[in-house]
Write a protein that binds this ligand. Structure first.
Ligand code: NAD
Length: 464
């Protein structure tokens, strides 16, 4: 889409919004119903487009996360929308003598933009659209240039389902992305890297556009002493296998009690032998999104090898397949802190396994870095896992499991500090894309005029 067309699409939506600033609940339900129908009707095409863009991608994973996950979100909203849209009554001032009314009403914000990354092309475009439409907004989505097949399909699906003055898709490259973040949106959602998030927020600041930033970071899995069991290691490695680690809430590195390091490695090896023995050659594996991204992960591993790190490849004879960009899963044992795998978000199938001697010192090291998007703690002792939660800060967290906090339709999802700001999913998402307008309706007998001259009227009240 040319920048001029984007501006025209925006003007069209603004004009349509001005004609219906408060869509009825029935209309919103109808829109969400159409969205569900659109996702279910295009189920197979969605999986095929994702596989095309990634080189390889397991169909059940696309179906579960990108189709059924989004449908589940919409169904949750449909069940709760009436309650969420209801005005929220508030206490009035004593001077109103109980005769006035005060309430918060959740108004639509208007025309909302959504800049989407490549890793979940439907979950992060149509998913937030659920919250945006539920809140009564109009939406323009900009997919990533790394997922052209998904962007084309999304544009086609949306055009066949919604009028362009309600929802439209702006497909284009970096110039369009920059222009997109400079538009005077009523709200802008950006999902992607913190570096670009900073540029987006700077562009939005020129218009004082409110932003939701869903960013990344290094999510730790903290194994408390005694927690390195088969089930827990399976949860860590299994999560890392999703999208070959190209997931913002993936486990970035594992912190393991030094005495249990070898047990962790053994359980990881036996899980992979059981679950995905030929991982990088099989249907379970997702390819790296582009040759450049594959090269980045290979360079990280090469650096660890150069520095004489112990690398455990969780697959016999695992090789990189250049055509589909699939690669084996590797553990890097006890890496030094200055390696790229310990400095950057990995976003690929490498798991640093970092031994620790003292849990509190390990927590101090996490707190010395940026606040992660997700933090995972394993252990049977609830007092200890609570201690870990109480001693750390992150966008979301999970105990004895990983990443699922990002996928519950009922629970707001987002970051903290460098991993982002604001929330989508659930009632938090509905409120994020709403303007919580505070309204007071004056009562018959209230004394609200005490707040302006002549103040002699207030004397009695103030003394009382
Ligand atoms: P990216 O920042 O490179 O690109 C994301 C989007 O931003 C694309 O649509 C792109 O066109 C657009 N873009 C690029 N430069 C821009 C600019 N200057 N101005 C405006 N828009 C611009 O991110 P990515 O590589 O696509 O995604 C990976 C990152 O996203 C990781 O850090 C990951 O953790 C994060 N992520 C976060 C979440 C979350 O919900 N918090 C979810 C998925 C991914």
């Amino acid at each position: 889409m040319a920048i001029g067309s984007l501006e025209a699409a925006f003007a069209l939506q603004r004009a349509a919004f001005a004609k219906d600033r408060r869509p009825s609940i029935d209309l919103r339900r109808e829109r969400l119903g159409a969205l569900i129908g659109m996702m279910l009707a295009n189920r197979d095409r969605i999986s095929a487009a994702i596989a095309q863009d990634f080189g390889a991608h397991p169909v059940p994973a696309s179906d579960l996360i990108e189709v059924l996950g989004v449908v589940g979100r919409a169904q949750h909203v449909l069940e709760n929308l009436e309650a969420w849209m209801a005005p929220s009554p508030r206490h009035t001032d004593p001077a109103m003598l109980g005769t006035a009314k005060a309430y918060i009403e959740y108004q639509p914000k208007g025309v909302v933009g959504n800049i989407v990354p490549w890793n979940f092309p439907f979950d992060l475009s149509v998913g937030p659209m659920v919250d945006m439409l539920a809140a009564g907004n109009r939406v323009i989505v900009k997919p990533s240039e790394y997922t052209p097949a998904c962007a084309e399909l999304l544009a086609e699906m949306i055009a066949a389902t919604f009028d362009s003055d309600l929802v439209t898709v702006a497909v284009g490259g970096l110039d369009l992305a920059r222009a997109f973040s400079s538009m005077p949106w009523d709200h802008l959602l950006y999902t992607g890297s913190p570096a670009v998030g900073r540029q987006v927020m700077r562009a939005a600041a020129a218009n004082l556009t409110p932003v939701t930033l869903e960013l990344g970071g290094k999510c730790p899995a903290i194994m408390t002493p005694g927690s390195v069991t088969e089930t827990n290691v399976e949860s860590v490695i299994g999560t890392k296998l999703i999208k070959s680690g190209q997931m913002c809430v993936s486990v970035d590195y594992a912190l393991v009690p030094r005495a249990e390091l070898e047990t962790f490695v053994t359980h990881a090896q036996s899980f992979m032998a059981r679950a995905a023995p030929n991982y990088s050659r099989g249907d379970e594996c997702t390819g790296m999104i582009s040759p450049r991204h594959l090269q980045r992960i290979e360079d990280m591993l090469a650096e660890a090898l150069d520095r004489q790190c112990r690398i455990v490849t969780l697959e016999d004879d695992g090789q990189v397949d250049r055509e589909t960009r699939r690669m084996p899963m590797s553990l890097v044992i006890d890496p030094s802190h200055d390696l790229r795998i310990m400095q950057e978000e990995i976003f690929g199938p490498i798991l640093p396994v970092v031994p620790y001697d003292d849990l509190d010192l390990a927590l101090d090291a996490i707190n010395a870095g940026e606040r992660p998007l997700g933090l995972y703690v394993f252990g049977a002792d609830a007092a200890l896992t609570d201690h870990v939660l109480d001693s750390t800060h992150s966008g979301g967290a999970a105990v004895n499991t990983c990443a699922i906090q990002s996928a519950l339709p009922s629970m707001g999802f987002g970051g903290s500090g460098m991993s982002g700001m604001g929330r989508h999913h659930g009632i938090e998402g509905f409120r994020e894309f709403s303007n919580p307008r505070g309204v007071v309706v004056r009562g018959e007998a209230d004394l609200i005029d005490v707040f302006y001259a002549p103040y002699a009227k207030a004397a009695g009240l103030v003394q009382a």
